[in-house]
Design a protein around this ligand. Structure first.
Ligand SMILES: Nc1ncnc2c1ncn2[C@@H]1O[C@H](COP(=O)(O)OP(=O)(O)OP(=O)(O)O)[C@@H](O)[C@H]1O
Length: 609
């Protein structure tokens, strides 16, 4: 990166009025599990990360690097004890969330968007309406150039290399000028040259006055040289803290000599894994579990201000407090803008997503024609009520084609939501509203196309009122399906959700009224039929085509028992039923599933911390 770009990045990310922010943590412990099964992951760790420095958190697998990072970034609050300070003052959760960004190990990005589109939506969401569009564009262009992604701006994320994706993930968080950047294994999965590029970029960001902290796994000595500060974790404790070049001298004070030409990172990993004997307790107590920093000699790692505040006593990271504080967080863009940007973005994604559009569209047409061919002329045939089977199978199909896309795509989207929501891009409410609205045109259009094909091919009554009534039932069923897909897709992973939906659909179908007549269901189970959305769909569909004084049907035989439509309704025990009750039943499902989906999602997001 040339010096001009560095200066540009500096001006982009530096707020002159903002003082540099050192980050200090004291006696951080982290426990998981409950009652008799509590596991201590971190044990009273302390440390200081200074602004303008790039810090590496190093340690063997399972040492507690990610746990520490999640706590420091504010992602985990449950089970955490200790004190965290920004510039010597207790961290204010609300301010901190706005000042910091967390970049997860996996790059959860919407793969159908281009770099340009992603940057534009991030700019709108993070900068809001107070910054003009031209200013947003200038900033986006500058970040893209700085990241070295200028030649790929129109490339979709799915086609980017791992290194480009990682740089994009970092760049997306630079819009709102974060003072603290936390990265979990930013180099994992990258080749050595991409890793160096990525760490060099982090170094530049740190040089511009930010506090940049990254966990790192087995870095090469070249990569390690890019870091200013090293924090080595082993078994939930700190065994070294200080400038990178002082790692080897610190180990030497314990008679641990790094062989000549040996990578110090590899050597410290060997020490951490016990290859040089049981020296870890001495190393941890030598550095006082992170309270001290080694710079040739041991010094307190705390800033003067934090030492002055030492008398405050122990502070517990209080879950309730953290959660209350989260509620008060305000976002870069107002709610309306958040919904608008998310709608645009999701719409674009859906349009490009084959599963969501082309496949769904074709499925409705192909199945419409297939069912139309199977059930030709049954709509006006009095010899046997095959039409009831047709109406049931249609509702069933609409249910599955409405549920599956949500179930299959949502768990993947959920990771993007978690990353962006926790990085303060938008509120959960804005996301959820956009998610619900954006699918509605598809949930209406596709069932309507299907119904037109089936209605015309199967000789249903040529009456606009009846068609409209049946269309309303079908659309309601499709929206109910979307709601159920949301609830299951939010709560479970894809496999479990697909399995459970299929299993749960069976009792719903059992009680719909065609497999067994309502009056034949044992009376103590009859109430269950009211909970079956298929029952409401079936009744509503049957009443649409047979109720409201429909004239007698065609009879090609000397006598047809089902010539009069009310006989068909009687056969299925729905002659006394009401179309409006069916619609209300479906509407209730529609509303309840959407509300449930929202709360499940909220619960899921909270359970992450
Ligand atoms: N919720 C949890 N329940 C039980 N154990 C947990 C939980 N979270 C973390 N651990 C355990 O805590 C230890 C530290 O995990 P952590 O992910 O922080 O390690 P790490 O140093 O980041 O490892 P890696 O480099 O392999 O990602 C591991 O042994 C892990 O199994």
């Amino acid at each position: 990166m040339d010096s001009t770009k560095q200066t540009e990045l500096w001006s982009l990310t530096t707020d002159e009025s903002k003082p540099s922010s050192d980050f200090t943590f004291h006696d951080i412990s982290y426990n998981v599990g409950k009652r008799n099964n509590v596991k201590r992951i971190l044990q009273q760790m302390s440390g200081t990360f200074k602004s303008g420095q790039l810090t590496a958190i190093l340690g063997p697998s399972g040492a507690g690097k990610t746990s520490l990072m999640n706590i420091l970034a504010g992602l985990k609050t449950t089970g955490v004890e200790g004190r965290i300070e920004v510039d010597g003052v207790e961290r204010n959760f609300k301010t901190f969330r706005k000042q910091s960004a967390y970049i997860t190990q996996k790059d959860y990005l919407l793969k159908d968007l281009t770099i340009d589109e992603y940057m534009t939506s991030a700019a709108h969401l993070k900068l809001g309406n107070k910054v003009s569009d031209s200013e947003k564009k200038t900033r986006a262009d500058l970040i893209i150039k700085t990241l070295g992604l200028a030649s790929s701006v129109t490339t979709q994320i799915s086609r980017l290399s791992g290194g480009e994706r990682k740089r994009l993930s970092i760049g997306l968080e630079l819009f709102d000028n974060p003072s603290f950047l936390f990265l979990d294994e930013p180099t994992s999965g990258l080749d050595s040259s991409s890793s160096l590029q990525c760490v060099a970029l982090l170094r530049k960001i740190a040089n511009s006055g930010r506090t940049v902290v990254a966990t790192i796994h087995q870095p090469s000595s070249r990569l390690l040289d890019h870091f200013d500060h090293l924090y080595v974790v082993v078994g939930g404790s700190c065994m070294f803290q200080g400038p990178v070049e002082f790692l080897v001298p610190y180990l030497q004070t314990f008679n641990l000599h790094c062989p000549k030409y040996h990578n110090p990172a590899d050597f410290v990993m060997d020490v951490a894994s016990g290859e040089y004997g049981d020296v870890l307790p001495q190393l941890v107590s030598g550095i006082e579990n992170g309270r001290l920093t080694y710079r040739g000699s041991l010094a307190s790692s705390r800033s003067t201000r934090s030492i002055n505040l030492e008398g405050n006593g122990s502070y517990q990271v209080n879950d309730d407090e953290g959660k209350k504080k989260q509620k008060r967080i305000t976002y870069g863009a107002p709610f309306r803008t958040q919904v608008k940007v998310l709608l645009e973005r999701t719409w674009r994604t859906m349009w490009r997503e084959k599963m969501q559009t082309q496949t769904r569209f074709l499925t409705h047409i192909v199945f419409g024609i297939f069912i139309g061919l199977m059930y030709q002329t049954v709509g006006n045939d009095a010899s046997y009520p095959n039409n009831a089977g047709l109406l049931t199978i249609s509702q069933f199909l609409i249910f599955f084609t409405g549920t599956m896309p949500t179930i299959v795509t949502f768990p993947m989207e959920r990771n993007v939501l978690v990353r962006e929501h926790l990085n303060h891009w938008y509120s959960l409410e804005a996301y959820y509203l956009a998610k619900l609205i954006v699918d509605i045109p598809f949930q209406i259009l596709f069932p309507a196309i299907f119904l037109v094909i089936v209605y015309l091919m199967t000789g249903q009554p040529m009456c606009m009122m009846r068609f409209s009534m049946l269309l309303l039932v079908t659309i309601c069923m499709s929206l109910v399906a979307q709601g159920i897909g949301l609830v299951f897709g939010t709560f479970f992973d894809i496999q479990t959700a697909v399995f459970l939906i299929s299993v749960c659909a069976i009792p719903m179908l059992l009680f719909c009224g065609i497999v067994i007549r309502f009056n034949s269901i044992p009376f103590y189970l009859r109430w269950m039929s009211y909970g079956s959305f298929f029952r409401h769909g079936f009744e509503g569909a049957m009443l649409s085509v047979y109720d409201y004084d429909r004239p007698p049907l065609n009879c090609s035989q000397p006598y047809c028992y089902f010539r009069y439509p009310h006989k068909i309704l009687e056969t299925f025990d729905i002659d006394q039923s009401s179309y409006y009750v069916s619609i209300i039943g479906l509407m209730m499902y529609l509303v309840v599933t959407r509300i449930t989906g929202y709360f499940v999602l909220r619960f899921k997001l909270k359970s992450i911390s």
